[in-house]
Design a protein around this ligand. Structure first.
Ligand code: RET
Length: 271
């Protein structure tokens, strides 16, 4: 190795750059978060929810120990949903606090992963007690993709906001049709034990009431004609609130069904 002054300088600067990258990575959670203002409602909600998602993840993963094997996958998927969301919340919080911009791309990348995982939950809940045709799963996925692609094109400005909203609503309507009137709904009505039926009914209402919070957020963000500043505060607060209901509360519902069904099995094997 020849150590000319020039090569030394380039090595030293390479090392310095590496050090810089390392420290900036180490403190990646603080640049935006460090500037969190006491009156920044959106920033504070991003912060609180990211921590709640971390706690929920640990809880769902640990509780897989407590349930019978067929419920373990459902709890694992709940934990994956909150884990993926927690990571995106760290980034979204930093974008918001550091720049004041709405983190649309991170939001939709998160939804693109977590909403299909929630659809998998439906399928798993039904599969835990009966044989479910694969078509149910694919119809739920198609509805999800149409809903999210519509929403993204509108929010990112690639399409008229109202037109994109209508496309997104159509995707959601298709999902609702499947779980109330389609094959998924019929399977549940026929063959589930009470705990699963009540979990399924609750999950259905989550997809109606809990999911309805998102289009309300979109409406307040893009379709009221209010100032961009006010609209973006409303949009983000409403979306964040919706995530608490649909990611954490949804997971807790599954946890309730899983533990009550498992305890029954474990108790009857003891007697
Ligand atoms: C964890 C994240 C979840 C459960 C996200 C769900 C998102 C929606 C249900 C979004 C729905 C939308 C419409 C129904 C209309 C168009 C705009 C959207 C994408 C916000």
């Amino acid at each position: 190795m020849n150590l000319t002054p020039k090569s030394l300088i380039s090595k030293a600067s390479g090392l310095a750059l590496l050090g810089l990258l390392f420290t900036s990575n180490t403190f990646a959670a603080s640049p935006g978060g460090g500037d969190l203002k006491s009156d920044d409602i959106v920033g504070i909600s991003f912060w609180i929810i990211s921590m709640a998602l971390v706690a929920a993840t640990a809880f769902f993963f640990l509780e897989t120990q407590r349930v019978t094997p067929k419920w373990k996958t459902s709890l694992t998927v709940s934990g994956l949903v909150t884990m993926v969301a927690a990571t995106h919340y760290f980034y979204m919080r930093d974008v918001w606090v550091a720049t004041g911009n709405t983190p649309t791309v991170f939001r939709y990348i998160d939804w693109l992963i977590t909403v299909p995982l929630l659809m998998v939950e439906f399928y798993l809940i039904l599969s835990a007690i009966t044989k479910v045709p694969g078509g149910v799963f694919w119809r739920l996925m198609i509805g999800t993709i149409v809903m999210l692609v519509g929403g993204y094109l509108g929010e990112a400005g690639y399409m008229n906001a109202l037109f994109a909203f209508i496309i997104g609503m159509a995707g959601w309507a298709f999902i609702l049709w499947e779980i109330f009137l389609g094959e998924a709904g019929k399977i549940n009505a026929k063959s589930s034990p009470p705990a699963v039926q009540s979990a399924f009914t609750l999950m259905r209402w989550i997809v109606v009431i809990g999911w309805a919070i998102y289009p309300i957020g979109y409406f307040l963000g893009y379709l009221t004609g209010a100032s961009p500043e006010k609209s973006m505060v409303l949009l983000n607060v409403v979306y964040n609130l919706a995530d608490v209901v649909n990611k954490i509360a949804f997971g807790v519902i599954i946890w309730t069904a899983a533990t009550s069904e498992s305890d029954k099995v474990l108790n009857s094997s003891k007697a």
